[in-house]
Structure formats: C-alpha cells, structure tokens
Design a protein around this ligand. Structure first.
Ligand SMILES: Cc1cc2nc3c(=O)[nH]c(=O)nc-3n(C[C@H](O)[C@H](O)[C@H](O)COP(=O)(O)O)c2cc1C
Length: 181
C-alpha cells in the first residue's frame, strides 16, 4: 500500500510541514510506504496555461501520483482556501492517476475560526479528481500544532489515518487489476 502525504508548505519550520510529518509517522506505523511531497520537491513550474502537456516534470509527477493508493493533503488556510502552490500540483493531473483512491484532508487555521472553507474546497478538488474523500475532516489551529497537539487532537488525526488506509485497502482489494495486500 502506497501513501502520499502532501504538505502545501515546503518550509520545514511551518506548522503545515510539521503536521504532515506527524502524519507520515502515523502512516508508517501501519506498515505502508510513504511518499512525502512538498511543492518544492514536486519540481513543477507554475501552470499558467502555457506549459506543454508533455512536459517531462509533469509526466513524472503524474506517474508518481499513479503509484499511490491513499492520499493525505495538509494545507494552511490562505484567504479561505488551500495554498496556490498546493493547487498548482493538482492542475497538472488528469483524472486517471487519483481515480478510485482514498483521501484524508487536514487544514490549519491561523485565526480563531476553523479552516472549514479550505477543507470543503480541498474536498471539491479531490472529488473532481475521482478520489473517495474521508468524511472526517481535520481542522486544526496552527498555534496548537506549534505547541504540540494534545491527546484528543492526536487521536482525531490518527482516526483519520485509520479510516483512509482501511478504505484504501477495501477499494483496492475489490479491484482485481489492482489487488493490494
Ligand atoms: C497569505 C496568507 C493568508 C492567510 N489567510 C488566512 C485565512 O484566511 N484564515 C486563517 O485562519 N489563517 C490565514 N492565514 C494564516 C495561515 O493559515 C497559517 O495559520 C499560518 O500562515 C501558519 O504559519 P506557519 O506556516 O508558519 O506555521 C494566512 C496566512 C497567509 C501567509
């Protein structure tokens, strides 16, 4: 089972990156293979509509996504949405690479309100790419991540990881051509 964890922010000191790294640890406890992605390590230029459809970096990124069964996207709320750098990753994907995959969504708010608009927006994009979106959204506050998540928050994130990996196993074990142990 191959898992992709995407941090919308490439800077290691950001709470988004820190939370995404925590997710990697939670996934690895379940004996899966994790591909950790940031906008920087995806090495894609800005898709402003002038990029060649067969750009080698884009083809490499599409193959990287196609090898995955379950996804986790982590983004801070930037003006009510995922970051532009994260969205740029998905603007290089046709439907095929993510179709039928399971996905868990996590968003970080800097202010007092939870990042619900960001989560809903991410869900729309994930569904548009053909993924099954876990019903449990994780809305967290950046300051809480920086301070270290309490037990209840860790349990919520862990429950999301469990749901997504369990659903990924079910989805793929019923697809004969994609039988995954
Ligand atoms: C351009 C920009 C827009 C932001 N918009 C929002 C917002 O709409 N709502 C919100 O709760 N936080 C907003 N924030 C705060 C971020 O969600 C986030 O909590 C903060 O940037 C975390 O910083 P870190 O990456 O250093 O941990 C914004 C931050 C930036 C840089």
């Amino acid at each position: 089972m191959n898992i992709m964890v995407i941090s919308a922010i490439s800077r290691e000191s950001s709470t988004c990156y820190m939370l995404a790294q925590q997710l990697v640890g939670m996934c690895e406890k379940r004996r899966v293979t994790v591909d950790f992605v940031t906008p920087t390590n995806a090495e894609l230029p800005l898709n402003d509509g002038t990029v060649a459809w067969d750009l080698p970096e884009a083809i490499a990124w599409q193959k990287r996504v196609a090898a995955i069964h379950c996804h986790f996207w982590v983004s801070p709320e930037y003006h009510g949405s995922m970051t532009g750098a994260m969205k740029n990753l998905f603007d290089y994907l046709p439907k095929e690479p993510m179709r039928g995959d399971a996905i868990g969504l996590l968003a970080l708010a800097g202010g007092a309100m939870a990042a619900l608009n960001t989560l809903n927006g991410m869900a729309v994009v994930a569904r548009s790419l053909g993924a099954w979106v876990a019903p449990e959204f994780c809305a967290l506050n950046s300051n809480d991540v920086k301070a270290g998540l309490d037990e209840a928050a860790v349990a919520r994130v862990d429950a999301l990881v469990e749901t997504v990996i369990d659903m990924g196993r079910r989805l793929y074990s019923t697809a004969p051509e994609n039988n995954v142990p």
